[in-house]
Write a protein that binds this ligand. Structure first.
Ligand code: COA
Ligand code: AMP
Length: 629
């Protein structure tokens, strides 16, 4: 089958295309309605099907005779631990954990927040919630209490599942103080918290609210899967938008399962029994889709890795895991490869491992820069596949379909639209741009299965945020172009979202924290290019009259506030004090111009601002600090 035939089928007859993909799954009742389209073009997939995602991912394989095959391998260099679960073992522990949650009153439709490190219990928790037809919301363990509090208030969970600690290389991150502070800050209070005690640190339990995970599990009974409708939510995952408040992306059960199962064949070219490793965190969408659901829906073995690509213990970590478990497809973010390249430029550590089973290396989360791609391809001898996607879609929008027809790789491009995604480049009037011309990357409605249809708790937010700007299309928030051969080049965000080490952050949210400092009159946060992390946030600030503290003192205080409010992953690096910010007549700060100046790129300045002398003033300050030359 050629890529084009496959893609055309998905465009010309989406219902027959996706019906066929849905048949690969084990439904309780196969859907009669494949696609239901609303007046504005938005689609809903498989809404009347009956199913359970955890059943499809676990029980199904046991029923098919794959119970003894490994489902999950846990590898933790930071605790020197390795364990594994067969499909039978994982199914049983998930059913038991679901029983534990049922004893706490969790029923279909209830929300459960999971705030955990990268341990098997995090995956077990997600699947147990899904087994009950409840809705999980995983919050990345690196988020600070106020971020967790916002999510508690929005998702209003009945139960929070957590652990006593996470381990950051050698540093023990105690979760209890973070969890307690978040619950204190939130207006909504969960009925119970269940804490998985790790030997590295035992958390104190709050009488009447907290329970010991293992103690509860020991008196729980296994429960069966609760059937849900295809359109019922499986999870809510919060992601940064242009405003300070994160958006709760709602993932429906059926579209998600169908798209992910399809992706394992079509994009990743892995079969049941193959070992698939997404080196990410379950707190991110990559973790949801490709550590947990997709590998298990496909009957693969997935790897839960508690470590870093470097420092645990060295830059050979990725290759050690691939060799030890016979990984066939590796998926991680460009930052990880850049870190490895920096520490092991000659690939000497890589060469120590037998990577003969590794077939393909996949990259996403940020643009894969050509030097990193070339280095990785040269050192490993494997195809390096960049693919572009978002929390909102849950799977790749553009990719090289390795399981359909591997296309020639073009540096800088994430190849072509994945079947189901009608990708177009438009200007702000919605006019399609010629090949090679940059514009907004938009997706014509209806979106394919797995993409969001809702933002949790706000009926209008989905349409306002994604469908209003270019009617009839989903606005991705990214800009780029399509070349003569139909290859898509994603050039970066066109909104106020920045990407730090593959993590999506809102500049608006960082600005909100900076603005609360008593010495700050106003500020703008922009993305500064970073060799390792892709981008890091830089604060350009104007002080209140009379403020006396030095720039270094101010930076230290802002850094502390940002780490305590959002989290260390923000990687806030620079603060620059300016006497004023460039603004349009309507008072909008010219963030894009500032960003271009800081990164030494070409910039334009509206003539009204040209006359004020503010830009030369800023350039002078940036030069004096050697930020630009
Ligand atoms: N809990 C608590 N803190 C965390 C955390 C977690 N789960 N994850 C990260 N942090 C902290 C780190 O300890 C670090 O704190 P520090 O500033 O006090 O040292 C900070 O957040 C930044 O972390 P990180 O971005 O991981 O930087 P690093 O310098 O420790 O490691 C890399 C550099 C390149 C190894 C790392 O960024 C990396 O592995 N990147 C790949 C990212 C990735 O997989 N993204 C997935 C998206 S697909
Ligand atoms: P997230 O929702 O956290 O997965 O972040 C999605 C954003 O990351 C996208 O909108 C892009 O800006 C960026 N992104 C993800 N993958 C790629 C890629 N392969 N190339 C360029 N940008 C990417």
């Amino acid at each position: 089958m050629s890529y084009q035939t496959e893609y055309d089928h998905s465009m010309q007859d989406p219902e027959s295309f996706w019906r066929k993909q849905a048949q690969a799954l084990d439904w309780f009742k196969f859907p009669e309605h494949i696609l239901t389209t609303a007046d504005d073009g938005q689609g809903s997939w498989f809404s009347d099907g009956e199913m359970n995602t955890a059943y499809m991912a676990l029980d199904h394989h046991v029923n098919e005779g794959r119970g003894d095959q490994l489902a999950l391998i846990f590898d933790s260099p930071v605790t020197q631990t390795k364990t594994s679960y067969t499909y039978s073992e994982l199914t049983r522990v998930v059913a038991l954990t679901a029983g534990m949650l049922a004893n706490l009153g969790v029923v279909k439709g209830d929300r459960v927040i999971i705030y955990m490190p990268m341990i098997p219990e995090a995956v077990i928790a997600m699947l147990a919630v899904a087994r009950l037809g409840a809705i999980h919301s995983v919050v990345f363990g690196g988020f600070a209490p106020p971020e967790l509090a916002v999510r508690i208030d929005d998702a209003t969970p009945k139960v929070i599942l957590s652990a006593s600690c996470g381990i950051e290389i050698k540093r023990i991150v105690e979760y209890a103080p973070l969890l307690n502070r978040a619950i204190e800050l939130a207006s909504h209070k969960p009925l119970s918290c269940v804490i998985y005690q790790r030997p590295q640190c035992i958390a104190p339990l709050l009488e009447g609210r907290d329970y010991d995970w293992n103690a509860l599990l020991s008196c729980a009974h296994t429960v069966d899967c609760t059937p849900v409708k295809g359109s019922d939510p499986l999870y809510i995952l919060y992601t940064s938008g242009t405003t300070g408040k994160p958006k709760g992306v709602v993932r429906e059960n059926a579209g998600h399962a169908v798209a992910l199962k399809y992706s394992m064949d079509a994009i990743y070219n892995v079969a049941p029994g193959d070992v698939f490793w997404a080196s990410s965190d379950v707190g991110w969408v990559v973790g949801h889709s490709y550590i947990v659901y997709a590998p298990l829906l496909q009957g693969c073995t997935t790897i839960v890795y508690e470590g870093k690509p470097i420092m645990t213990p060295d830059a050979g970590a990725l290759w050690r895991v691939c060799a030890e478990y016979g990984v066939k497809a590796l998926f991680t973010a460009p930052t990880a490869f850049r870190a490895v390249k920096k520490e092991d430029p000659e690939g000497l550590l890589m060469k120590q491992y037998d990577l003969s089973k590794l077939q393909t290396i996949f990259s996403a989360g940020e643009r894969l820069d050509a030097p990193t791609e070339e280095w990785l391809n040269h050192m490993s001898g494997k195809p390096v596949i960049d693919h572009w996607w978002q929390t909102e879609t849950g799977w790749a929008i553009t990719a090289n379909l390795r399981g359909v027809e591997p296309l020639p790789i073009k540096m800088g491009s994430s190849t072509k639209p994945v079947p189901g995604f009608n990708v177009q480049i438009l200007d702000e009037q919605g006019v399609e741009q010629a090949r090679g011309t940059q514009g907004y990357i938009a997706i014509k409605l209806p979106l394919p299965p797995s993409c969001l249809n809702k933002v949790w708790g706000d009926e209008d937010k989905f349409r306002e945020s994604y469908l209003t700007f270019l009617p009839g299309y989903y606005t991705s928030g990214d800009g780029g172009y399509i070349d003569e051969e139909g290859y898509v080049f994603v050039m970066g965000r066109v909104d106020d979202v920045i990407n730090v080490a593959g993590h999506r952050l809102s500049t608006g949210e960082i600005e909100e924290v900076i603005a609360t400092h008593p010495a700050i009159a106003e500020c703008a946060v922009i993305a500064r290019d970073d060799e390792l992390k892709g981008q890091t946030p830089m604060g350009l600030v104007v002080l209140k009259t009379g403020a006396t503290l030095s720039e270094i003192e101010l930076h230290q205080q802002l850094l502390k506030n940002i780490r305590e409010t959002i989290g260390a992953i923000t990687c806030y690096k620079d603060t620059v004090v300016l006497s004023r910010l460039p603004k349009t007549r309507s008072g909008k700060t010219l963030r894009k111009t500032l960003c271009n100046i800081v990164n030494g790129r070409e910039y334009t300045v509206p003539s009204t601002i040209d006359d004020t002398g503010v830009i030369p003033e800023i350039i002078e300050v940036l030069r004096s600090k050697k930020i630009i030359s």
